[in-house]
Write a protein that binds this ligand. Structure first.
Ligand code: NAD
Length: 508
């Protein structure tokens, strides 16, 4: 017998989930205000459920307008508290690095927490949500010491000798409202640049997925971020609306549906707070006849079926050239057949349930609408066999879709690909751009000139040529048209959370 000590056996995702569920179930999760977990003033709570089972995980405080008042007051105090306001840029960056380290320490548990709350397979939450968030905090930690103003060559008529320079100041208290489809990474995309710029924040996670946001705020406190700098209000749309309307909030950053985005613009007029919006999409995937069909099919399938299609940039409109249309669709269908559907806690699963019954009903209704409009269900179209519980919906292709169909014009936000055939290149561009949205587009061709020409012609905030859904903190992300206002990531994100001040100093 070996005398070697045996390595501890790692907990399986299911064991972690059971442990988390046992720890979470007994008491409602509180709001995080001024560094403390507190119940909603109304005493109300709501259940957050596991989409793979439809069962409640725990109760969560239902924040409302009164709680928003308290959180805004805390964030306003923290904004001017020297513990935060006078902290050096370097030290602020160190706190963000420390927060990233703590997320890394908790990565396994956070990945499972996101999986049970959102339904996304744990293997995917691990790299998309958790590793993605770590990278975002580290990226913006670096900006703290690199983001500043300029010295500018002004030419006053008087001939006075003037020193003119600009500074960047935190925009103030920020209301950050995020959706359920990428809960932790959407929070990180906003919290990290806001804190890097020196703002204080009130994060409002989606009611379907509040758990990782609360944990993130706890870790921020553990990292040493002062109380009141990072607050979390869990709850429904009314809590978000209260944040948007609040006169003590200087900026709102929102990711979510275009419809709610419009309500936010209307709600923010009271004090004309700054607003940035990341909204819906209906992204075209354009395939030219010379494309590498194998690579295109794999990426088109991933582009619509990843995260069960609940991705703002999902490539949900396929424009396949008539010469390769049938072969391409067969290949995309073959890629879909490779997906392993199931509870995201199980190894090997890469396609989980939709987030809620409401979302399941919405996706199913669009499949019916598509059929009534004349499209044909090529694969999928409903609940997969052997998945009676939970909100599972099959990977679905609607072939024979037409430009005026609702399934081509409206965001379904599920695993449904609407496939169209094209043969006239000019009309192709017109069709691709014939959309209220302009978030992203994919182009597949081996002709570099065609790739660049189409990239220039397509109206979208991000264009991928021979790739899809690549996102990086270094490059701007956001939409044209009704897909949003402003850009996240990169320097642009720092600009979203800061004001520019121009200073004139008479040296004459
Ligand atoms: P949603 O608009 O219904 O909700 C988003 C958030 O807004 C939630 O936290 C919700 O509670 C809150 N909210 C609801 N009503 C509100 C109101 N009147 N005032 C203030 N806040 C309110 O969106 P969803 O269903 O959670 O998410 C799906 C949508 O998000 C899709 O349209 C998708 O395209 C979009 N999305 C966009 C991006 C992007 O970067 N462009 C990324 C992810 C998701």
């Amino acid at each position: 017998m070996s005398s070697q000590p045996t390595a501890p056996i790692a907990e399986t995702a299911r064991q972690t989930a059971d442990r988390l569920a046992a720890a979470l179930a007994p008491a409602p999760r509180g709001l995080i205000i001024d560094g403390r977990a507190v119940p909603a003033l109304s005493g109300k709570t709501f259940a957050t459920e596991n989409p793979a089972t439809g069962l409640a995980i725990c109760q969560v405080a239902e924040g409302g307008a009164a709680d928003v008042d308290v959180a805004v007051a805390a964030a306003r105090r923290a904004l001017v508290n020297p513990a935060w306001a006078a902290m050096s840029a370097y030290d602020r960056g160190q706190l963000l690095y420390r927060l990233a380290d703590l997320i890394e320490r908790e990565a396994d548990e956070l990945a499972v927490l996101e999986c049970i709350d959102n339904g996304k397979p744990a293997s995917l939450t691990r790299w998309v949500e958790i590793e993605g968030s770590i990278k975002t905090f580290r990226y913006f930690a670096g900006w703290t010491t690199k983001f500043g103003g300029e010295t500018l060559p002004v030419s006053p008529r008087s001939g006075a000798r003037i020193l003119n320079y600009t500074t960047r100041e935190p925009v103030g208290v920020c209301g950050l409202i995020v959706p359920w489809n990428y809960p932790m990474s959407m929070a990180a995309w906003k919290v990290a640049p806001a804190l890097a710029a020196g703002c204080t924040v009130i994060l409002k996670p989606a009611e379907q997925t509040p758990l990782t946001a609360l944990r993130l705020a706890e870790l921020a406190l553990e990292a040493g971020i002062p109380a009141g700098v990072f607050n979390v209000i869990t709850g429904f749309g009314e809590a978000g609306a209260a944040l948007v309307a609040h006169p003590g909030v200087d900026k709102v950053a929102f990711t979510g549906s275009t419809e709610v985005g419009k309500a936010i613009v209307r709600g923010a007029t009271g004090n004309l707070k700054k607003v940035s919006l990341e909204l819906g999409g209906k992204s075209p995937q354009i395939v030219l006849p010379d494309a590498d069909l194998g690579a295109a099919a794999a990426s088109i399938a991933a582009g619509i079926f990843f995260n069960q299609g609940q991705t703002c940039t999902a490539g949900s409109r396929l424009y396949a050239h008539a010469a390769i249309h049938d072969e391409l669709l067969d290949r995309v269908a073959a890629e879909a057949a490779k997906l392993t559907i199931g509870n995201g806690l199980d190894a090997g699963v890469n396609f989980g349930p939709l987030v809620s019954q409401e979302q399941w009903d919405r996706v199913a209704s669009y499949v019916e609408i598509g059929q009534a409009e004349g499209a044909e269900v090529m694969i999928g179209g409903g609940r997969p066999a052997a998945h009676g519980e939970g909100f599972f919906f099959e990977p679905t292709i609607l072939r024979g879709a037409g430009r005026d169909m609702r399934v081509v014009r409206e965001e379904i936000f599920g695993p449904v690909l609407s496939a169209l055939s094209w043969s006239d290149a000019d009309d192709l561009v017109a069709q691709a751009n014939d959309s209220d949205f302009g978030l992203s587009a994919g182009i597949w061709t081996n002709d570099i000139r065609q790739g660049h020409r189409l990239a220039a012609a397509v109206k979208a905030g991000t264009v991928w040529v021979n790739c899809f859904n690549m996102v990086d903190n270094a490059t701007p992300f956001g939409g044209f048209k009704q897909s949003g206002w402003g850009r996240e990531h990169g320097r642009q994100a720092m600009e979203l959370y800061s004001e520019t001040k121009s200073v004139w100093v008479n040296l004459s």
